[in-house]
Design a protein around this ligand. Structure first.
Ligand code: GTP
Ligand code: MG
Length: 320
């Protein structure tokens, strides 16, 4: 018999920063709990404060190490920090695996730091559905900054970039990383480039390559954001202050030119769409959809309707 859920109490405790309440709320998100609707209704008025910073890049480039070092840098500035590690490439893996990979032991026991890995555990809608909800929990819990680490695999990087106010793209010397970055369209999503592993040979060359590629990006207006390139040795905690400064400059720019509002608006559009699509898909499986779909399929097979017309009919059925 599951413990009865007192949503009001849980939200109030999370708002006061109780880590167990925060963890519980994120679990509700992961599990797509039916209580989530009530939870989100209670959380929404408490949100909007946290700055969301996404970190992405190829496997092994140093995202987790950088995230952990960034947490320290923000903690030195007295900020409350949330960390969300998401793995869009394997949404069905469950959270534990990722948790092991997050190198965050340094911050265990710091009550002003919330760390969570997340997977969507196979519910429809995936991470595009779950991530914004988890961000909202951390925001409502009073985080000043939420760092979102994701494994970069092409499209996923772009998806994650759309969830952040500021996106940091990490590359490392060698590995053909910068060239891969260009291929994956990463130049467009990066607000800040970090050349990590700058203790290795070729860091300056990588930074120059990136600078060159950025300069090919066409004409720039005077007020446009100029993407900075910061070198770090995350494993030794070097260069992280420069990253924080670059991120804060970007945040200032976001505020000044109205881009913050535009990005957040686009984000909520994506989120509401993901929820709506999830709802529609769920209805396909319920009694109504389950009856309508096979009949329509029969009619397509019999040559009575084309699949597009059948899909239109199905949508009409489901949204009636
Ligand atoms: N030499 C050097 N090694 C580093 C640096 N930063 C991280 N590493 C090492 O690089 C390896 C990968 O680091 P992670 O932080 O796990 O990389 P990641 O991008 O999070 O990896 P995935 O989550 O698996 O994609 C680890 O062995 C780190 O110790 C650095 O600045 N210099
Ligand atoms: Mg990692």
């Amino acid at each position: 018999m599951p413990r009865r859920l007192d949503v009001g109490d849980l939200v109030e405790r999370a708002r006061r920063g109780d880590p167990r309440a925060v963890a519980r709320l994120i679990s509700l998100v992961e599990d797509a709990s039916p209580a989530l609707r009530e939870v989100m209704a209670a959380l929404v008025p408490l949100t909007g404060h946290a700055r969301v910073v996404g970190l992405t890049g190829s496997p092994g480039v140093g995202k987790s190490t950088t995230t952990s070092a960034l947490v320290s840098a923000y903690r030195e500035r007295g900020r409350r920090v949330g960390v969300l590690a998401v793995d869009p490439s394997s949404p069905f893996s469950g959270g534990a695996l990722l948790g092991d990979r997050v190198r965050m032991q340094d911050h265990a026991g710091d009550p002003e730091v919330y760390i969570r890995s997340m997977a969507s555990r196979g519910h429809l809608g995936g991470l595009s559905w779950a991530t914004p909800q988890a961000l909202r929990v951390l925001d409502a819990a009073g985080c000043d900054v939420v760092l979102v680490e994701t494994v970069g695999v092409g499209q996923a990087e772009v998806e994650v970039a759309s969830m952040a106010d500021t996106t940091i793209v990490l590359v490392a010397p060698g590995m053909g990383d910068s060239i891969q970055a260009a291929k994956a369209g990463i130049l467009e999503v990066a607000d800040v480039f970090v050349v990590n592993k700058a203790d290795r040979e070729g860091a300056d060359q990588t930074a120059r390559d990136l600078r060159h590629m950025l300069s090919l990006g066409g004409r720039r207006e005077p007020d446009d954001w100029r993407v900075p390139i910061v070198k770090t040795v995350a494993s030794r905690g070097e260069g992280l202050d420069d990253v924080v400064v670059a991120v804060e400059k970007h945040q200032g720019w976001l505020d000044r030119c109205g881009e913050l509002t535009r990005r957040r608006h686009a984000r909520v559009c994506d989120e509401v769409e993901a929820i709506a699509v999830t709802t529609l898909r769920a209805r396909m499986g319920d009694v109504h959809g389950a009856a309508a779909l096979p009949k329509l399929a029969d009619r397509v097979l019999d040559g009575e309707v084309d699949p597009f017309a059948a899909a239109d009919e199905l949508v009409d059925e489901l949204t009636r």
